[in-house]
Design a protein around this ligand. Sequence first.
Ligand code: ADP
Ligand code: ZN
Length: 688
Amino acid sequence: MAQHSDLVDPLPLKTATVLLDTGSPQPLDYLIPPKDLSLALPGVRVQVPCRKKILTGTILAIKQGFTQTYAPSRLLPLAKILTDEPALTEDLLYMTHWIAEYYAVPLAKALKSLLPSPVRAKKVLQWGNAAEPQWSFVPSSPKTLNKEQRTAYSSIEQSLSKEQFAVHLLHGVTGSGKTEVYMHAIANVLQKNKSVIFMVPEISLTTQTLDRLRARFSCPYALVHHKLSTKTRCEMWKKIRSGQVPLILGARSAIFTPVPNLGLIIVDEEHDAAYKHGGDSPKYHARDLSIVRAKYNNAVCILGSATPSVESFQNAQKGKYSLHRLLKRATKAPLPDIEIVDMIREYQARGHGCLFSQNLLSKIKKNIEKGEKSLLFLNRRGYHTVAQCPHCAEPILCQNCSITLTHHKERQPNHSILLCHVCGFQQTTKSTCPSCNFQGDLIYKGVGTQKVERSLHAAIPEVTTLRLDADSAQDIEKQEKIIRDFRSGKADVLIGTQMLAKGLHFPQLTLVGIIDIDHALNIPDFRSGEFVFQLLTQVAGRAGRESLPGHVIIQTRMPNNPIIQMAARGDFESFFLQELSSRALFHFPPHQHLIKCTTISPNEHISLQTAKHFATLLVKHLPPSCVILPVSPAGHIKLRNKFYNHFLVKCPQSKQTSKKIYQTSQLLPKTKKVSLTIDVDPISTFFT
Ligand code: ADP
Ligand code: ZN
């Protein structure tokens, strides 16, 4: 081996470690030609020669001199510098490594999730010369904080002035003025010429929050979400990278914006599952990444929610986060009172099933008379949720998925269809039963939002309604129109799904009816209770947000269910303690980490066998502190003609374990017939 002294060169020779977009999962070293020395920096996009081709990649690091394994004569030089400034900021380069390690993916895959596709393209990008944006908002003045808000803010202010990493959990009931606290913190950071990332779970449903931010801050801002066109995204990326935009608002992908000089990250509704990326690996959680990024930058992270996740609240209890409580609404409005209606009694009294209790119907009617607004919530869209053969009683399933087809009445006029909510497959209601070849009318069961709307019109002929669900609001514009129409008084009742739970504010809304939530409690997942508690609290929180008092009715066949009761009492504390102790029994998060391994194959047998084989391998390779649960079919075993089997690994430390799992996965025979995904901290343990 060459002596180090042999390699010392009089010229300031440097090498660049380059991660290729495709071609090699490992970073490769290249010589930096003297003319490029000043431009070759970590984060810069480059072209390099690799196996007789010219490939594109990103510089991860710059090294002085050479490693002992590569003499300079063996290194190839960089072919071309593509960007005149690093595409990635230093903290994003750090995040790339963190993501690769924690979420058990190759570096190239982690980098891919960070770089928007146009930046990945082979073009030479120029930035920094974009015209100064024009902003014409009239800034509104801040509100004087009340006592609870002040206490929270002064603690946040202390962290901000120390410029030291800290996480603040703002647990404030719906309407308690969390947004007002965020805005004080934002003002503080902007004044210091630092930048802010403000994240919301879903951009389209939070236009009001965004309007408020825009009205308060007259600085350039960017709205980042996954529905942007690639061109807009690329333009935006460049402006942000060059430091022209200090305020970033967006959904989960906003955490990857290359904003320099970051001082504050806000994660509003931090409990929301929309922060978890469910698509291609890495299956990252934007809340967790925001903490990683804030820490690297010595920045402050504020997590806010009326129903914090059990994990975050536990971290606050342990002292890892500072906890602030806002127990009262910021306006004079009291929290709504919540009433549970026993639907089994209701059926018994009436001698038949019904969708609306007498109590709910009469309150809706009273509201119409008073000119106040009502909201009806049901977490299922469509008309009927199940269509069944009257002869063999088999439900009609999708051709491509192990999912019952949903009956829809509105897709085409006067024509009802059966639709798969996963793959979009549809068929007429007139088909032959695939199980017994019976031909004739099907039996329909299970209620969706379309049927709630029809039934309400049947019960109250004069009622006017609007519906907000994935069918009525297929894009952002339609969603916003429905929300605007309801706010301007175009309907008495708004009927909708989960979309209604997220941050909406309607001044005249005084009644909320939960039609049915029972099915969600029956999903066999350790998070079902938490999900229902959050959903009930959030939907209920839409009622009576201004001067008029609000009322909430929860219809259920399980009136004694503790989750429903604690939600009705607004008792987060008891909910948290109960969850914590029941999860301790089974070593579920936050006590231990979970990693979910899923095998996916068009062949059912191969999917199952690979999962079993992999689980056996892991038994050998993981330490005894890790528990490997049995392989089982996923909640929907077949989706889009692929079969899903999975198993869970419980472990005290996810970082080491995910690394070991990834290494072990490399021992599986390479085949195109089956793929494996590793989901660290999965949201669902039942579904894929
Ligand atoms: P949250 O984000 O907790 O749901 P918001 O920040 O939206 O609550 O506040 C709810 C309502 O209370 C808004 O209409 C807001 O303008 C008002 N509000 C917030 N803080 C104050 C305050 N200190 N004084 C008066 N009104 C306030
Ligand atoms: Zn399907």
